[in-house]
Design a protein around this ligand. Structure first.
Ligand SMILES: [Zn+2]
Length: 345
C-alpha cells in the first residue's frame, strides 16, 4: 500500500490528469465489467444479491405511476416544490408510457432491466439501449431520488439480506435441491441473481430466466404487509423456480397440459403456477420445520390460486411424500378439479 502511494506521488500531475480523463470517458460497459460493483451486496453458494440504484429508481417510478387516484406520492410531503415537480414529471411519464405494461412480459421492460442491471449509480445508461425520452426521465428523477429515497431503500435492501443471511446459507442447498427434485428439472449452473428493490411489482417479486434474474421487494411484510414471517424467504426460492416450472417446456407444465388434454379439461391454464407455489412453499416449510420454525405457505396466507388449492393439495399429497409419480399426481389433481367443477358449475 505504501509503495503504491509513493508511486502516485512521484507520477507527474499532467499524467494523473490524463489518466482521470481516460478513465472517466471509458465506455460504461468496460468500466462496469472491470471494477468492483458498488451495487453488489453479497454472494452465497447459490445466490448473488444486489442493491442497484437505477433498478431501484426504475421500479420506484413504475410503482408510483400505478398508485390509485388521489393516493399521494410516497414521501412527497418531504420534497420542495421544485423537487416534487421533477419527480412527479417522471412519474407522469411512466404512467403514460409504461405503467400499463408488464414488468415480466414486456420485451422493452425486459431490456431495460437487463441494461440497468449492468450500470452503477455513478454511471449513466446509454441512449442506444434505452429510449431517449425514457433516459431523460430517469436522469431527471435521479437527483431527487438520490437525495430523498435511495439511502433508505438501499439500507433496507441490504438489511433484509443481512437478516436472512444465516438462514439462506443454512437452507439454500436443501430447499433448491428439493424443488429441483419435485420439478424433475436441474438448476442451471449459475448463481441466481437477485436485485432487491423497495418496490418490485404488484406481487412483490418477479423473475426472468436465461439467465435467472429475480427482482424482489425488500419490504419484510411484502407489498401489502401481510406475508407470514417466512414469506420473503419463500419468495426468494419461489421466483427462480420459474426457470424449472413453466406452462410450456418444463416437465411439470408438459405433464399437466397433456393430462388436461386427455381428460378434455379446459381452464386449468394456471395450474402449473399453483404447483410451483406448492413445491417452493413446501420445500421452505420442510426446511424451516427441521429448525423448529413453523411456516404457512404464501399460497394459503395470501389466498393465491384458491380455486386450485383443494385439488392440488389432495392430488399432490402422495407425490410430495415420495409415494406417487408426477403423472399420477397430475391426473389425480385434474380429476379432482373436474369433479369439483361438476359439483358446483
Ligand atoms: Zn410465481
Amino acid at each position: 500500500m505504501t509503495y503504491g502511494l509513493l508511486r502516485i506521488f512521484r507520477t507527474p500531475f499532467w499524467l494523473l490528469a490524463v489518466l482521470v480523463v481516460v478513465l472517466t470517458t471509458l465506455p460504461v460497459q468496460a468500466r462496469s465489467a472491470a471494477g468492483h460493483e458498488a451495487s453488489f451486496i453479497e454472494r452465497t453458494d447459490r445466490y448473488a444479491f444486489y442493491s442497484n440504484f437505477w433498478i431501484n429508481l426504475h421500479h420506484f417510478l413504475f410503482q408510483q405511476a400505478q398508485r390509485k387516484d388521489g393516493e399521494p406520492i410516497d414521501g412527497g410531503r418531504l420534497l420542495s416544490r421544485a423537487e416534487f415537480a421533477e419527480i412527479n414529471g417522471a412519474i407522469d411519464w411512466y404512467r403514460d408510457k409504461l405503467a400499463q405494461r408488464s414488468l415480466l412480459m414486456d420485451p422493452y421492460l425486459y431490456k431495460v432491466k437487463r441494461v440497468l442491471t449492468g450500470i452503477e449509480e455513478t454511471e449513466l445508461p446509454t441512449a442506444d439501449a434505452i429510449d431517449a425520452d425514457h433516459l431523460a426521465q430517469l436522469e431527471a428523477a435521479a437527483s431527487v431520488y438520490r437525495t430523498h429515497y435511495w439511502t433508505r431503500h438501499d439500507r433496507q435492501n441490504r438489511e433484509i439480506v443481512a437478516w436472512h443471511r444465516d438462514r439462506i446459507r443454512a437452507l439454500e442447498h436443501d430447499v433448491l435441491d428439493r424443488i429441483s427434485s419435485l420439478a424433475q428439472e436441474p438448476w442451471p449452473d449459475e448463481h441466481i441473481r437477485v436485485d432487491l428493490t423497495w418496490d418490485a411489482n404488484w406481487a412483490g417479486a418477479y423473475c426472468t430466466v436465461e439467465p435467472i434474474h429475480a427482482v424482489l421487494t425488500s419490504r419484510p411484510g411484502g407489498p401489502k404487509n401481510t406475508w407470514p414471517p417466512g414469506g420473503w424467504l419463500e419468495l426468494l426460492f419461489h421466483e427462480p423456480s420459474h426457470a424449472l416450472i413453466d406452462p410450456d417446456s418444463s416437465t411439470v407444465g408438459e405433464i399437466l397440459r397433456e393430462t388436461a388434454e386427455q381428460l378434455g379439461l379446459d381452464g386449468a391454464d394456471q395450474l402449473w403456477h399453483a404447483v410451483l407455489f406448492l413445491f417452493s412453499g413446501t420445500a421452505v416449510q420442510e426446511a424451516l420445520g427441521e429448525e423448529g420454525v413453523s411456516h404457512e405457505l404464501l399460497m394459503v396466507s395470501e389466498s393465491i390460486f384458491s380455486r386450485y388449492q383443494p385439488a392440488v393439495n389432495d392430488g399432490f399429497a402422495a407425490y410430495m411424500a415420495g409415494k406417487d409419480t408426477l403423472h399420477s399426481a397430475a391426473r389425480e389433481t385434474l380429476e379432482k378439479l373436474s369433479a369439483a367443477r361438476q359439483a358446483s358449475p
